[in-house]
Design a protein. Structure first.
Length: 524
């Protein structure tokens, strides 16, 4: 592979940017892990409930009636027994009507496709057929789509993007920055409905709303489907962010690294981008399996899962209620077809092991949700959650924001984007902010329905991922980049990724406000 001629490398970042990056890194590493945060919040909530036990306040019910609520004294034997009796089943595994079970099923199906090699082969295939001028657009788009299996994006697409650019004689960090922007800053967008992100955000949004008697509907009263309530918005966002990301890559990043020398690490071979014969066989088998899986889904939708009228006269849509399982079925069929043809799956136990391998990545989420869900259950049961909503809503009403939903949305987006700089992880932030802001914002203005608040959260949570050391893969991506520039620092990565973050935040927020102002449904 030919490398560009060695030229003096310009400073990676000016002194001010480097100092800013170092300061952000120091601050970020002082923030405790989200698990530790929820471990600390639980006893604080318990003590607060004990101190405020018996405190009464009046809220407005779903029908406009006044509801008198009271904070429970959690020191009483009855309430202490409740905590122990419900800690495992009701408050954790059964939280939100079984959110954990839905997440686990989706992850098992994705595991078959990811660990069988299908996702990697698709990335390689795309890299060999896209013309050079469309590479930036393709990498951002693939990065966004890879959010269906986040590890594949960070651990496969980003390093492959570097290889792809190196093989073309271009600076690898250009391609890696584009891929990283798509994977992380565009994390919540996708063309595929019912992704793990949709499941986590949607099902928990319903749980947060129902816990405080907030209707889980759109502003016009249409019931929301947790897995698809934001689908229209995130599908449109996919095309918007791919275009914006490609423009930033060409306008800022490519110019920054034009003519800049880079190092080719030992053992790094651009030939790794080429599909092997086994991978080609697997992709052909997956292509043949696609109409089969589509036929199975259509058969289920037109058959046992077709719409019917319930005893109360309302239309029931079983296929929408089970859209997550239907999508998981497609992933499983495609993944098995690929794995068998490619030789990845030689026996049934290989498929089982692929699912097990994916479950191994769920350990942290299991620990996080145990403490988080028990904390949230304590908030709901004790009445503290309703009290926080009551105080927050009255504070916003005191500011006169009830008549300015646009300002409410903007304030929530900006606040979440800033919090994202110091608290990593979509799930942990949603568990922290969702139970408070879904009921609070709805109480202030009924137009702020759960789907609107969830969409605003997804915008803000994604855009600043690439400029914070708290993002779980920030160090991994930095290590990949250092293969080509050993002295590349986090401050350098910050200055490279900042244009993506700001451009995504501005354009994506504008799209959010347009959907809201024009009353366009965020999903179905």
């Amino acid at each position: 592979m030919s490398l560009p001629p060695a030229t003096p490398t310009p400073p990676a970042a000016d002194g001010r940017a480097a100092r800013l990056g170092a300061w952000i890194e120091r601050v970020g590493h002082r923030i405790p892990d989200p698990v530790l945060i929820f471990m600390a919040l639980w006893p604080l909530a318990f003590i607060a409930a004990a101190l405020l036990g018996g405190y009464k306040f009046t809220t407005t019910g779903p029908g406009g009636q006044e509801v008198v609520q009271q904070v429970k004294d959690m020191l009483s034997a009855e309430h202490v027994r409740w905590m122990f009796d419900n800690a495992l089943l009701q408050n954790w595994l059964g939280f939100g009507n079984g959110v954990m079970a839905v997440i686990l099923v989706v992850m098992m199906a994705v595991g078959i496709a990811e660990n069988g090699g299908l996702l990697t082969a698709l990335i390689k295939r795309a890299g060999t057929i896209i013309p050079d001028r469309w590479l930036g657009l393709m990498l951002v788009f693939l990065g966004i789509m890879s959010s269906i299996a986040t590890d594949a994006g960070y651990l496969i697409l980003v390093p492959l993007a570097g290889l792809l650019y190196a093989g073309l004689g271009k600076h690898p960090i250009i391609g890696m920055a584009a891929a990283f922007a798509g994977v992380s800053a565009g994390f919540s967008a996708n063309l595929i409905p019912g992704t793990p992100i949709d499941v986590i955000v949607g099902n928990n949004a319903r749980a947060f709303a129902e816990a405080q008697n907030i209707p889980f509907t759109r502003a016009d009263g249409t019931p929301l489907n947790p897995a698809t309530m934001n689908y229209t918005f995130i599908a449109v966002s996919t095309f918007l962010l791919a275009g914006i990301g490609a423009w930033v890559t060409q306008r800022f990043v490519a110019r920054r690294f034009a003519g800049r020398a880079f190092v080719k690490p030992d053992g790094l071979d651009a030939g790794e981008l080429m599909l092997k014969d086994a991978e080609r066989r697997g992709l052909r088998a997956a292509a043949w399996a696609l109409p089969v899986s589509a036929a199975v889904v259509v058969g289920l939708i037109l058959g046992p899962l077709k719409a019917y009228t319930g005893t109360d006269g309302r239309e029931v849509l079983p296929y929408l209620n089970n859209v997550i399982l239907l999508i998981s079925l497609v992933f499983a069929i495609e993944g098995v077809a690929y794995g068998v043809a490619a030789g990845t799956f030689k026996k049934v136990m290989d498929v089982v092991q692929a699912m097990v391998a994916q479950m191994n990545t769920m350990g942290y989420i299991m620990v996080l949700t145990f403490f988080c869900y028990n904390f949230l259950a304590l908030l709901t049961y004790s009445g503290l959650g309703a009290l926080l909503t009551y105080w927050g809503a009255h504070g916003l009403l005191g500011l006169g924001l009830q008549g300015h939903p646009i300002l409410l949305l903007l304030g929530f987006v900006i606040m979440t984007a800033l919090i994202n700089l110091v608290i990593g992880g979509l799930t942990s932030k949603w568990m922290l902010l969702g139970p408070i802001f879904i009921p609070m914002l709805y109480t202030v203005n009924p137009a702020m329905t759960p789907d609107v608040v969830a969409a605003a959260f997804r915008v803000a949570d994604s855009c600043t991922n690439i400029i914070t050391p708290m993002m779980a893969y920030a160090g991994v991506v930095l290590a990949f980049m250092r293969k080509y520039e050993p002295d590349f620092s986090f401050g350098d990565m910050l200055t490279v990724m900042l244009p993506y973050s700001m451009a995504f935040l501005v354009s994506w927020t504008a799209l959010l406000l347009a959907f809201f102002a024009l009353n366009i449904p965020f999903g179905f």
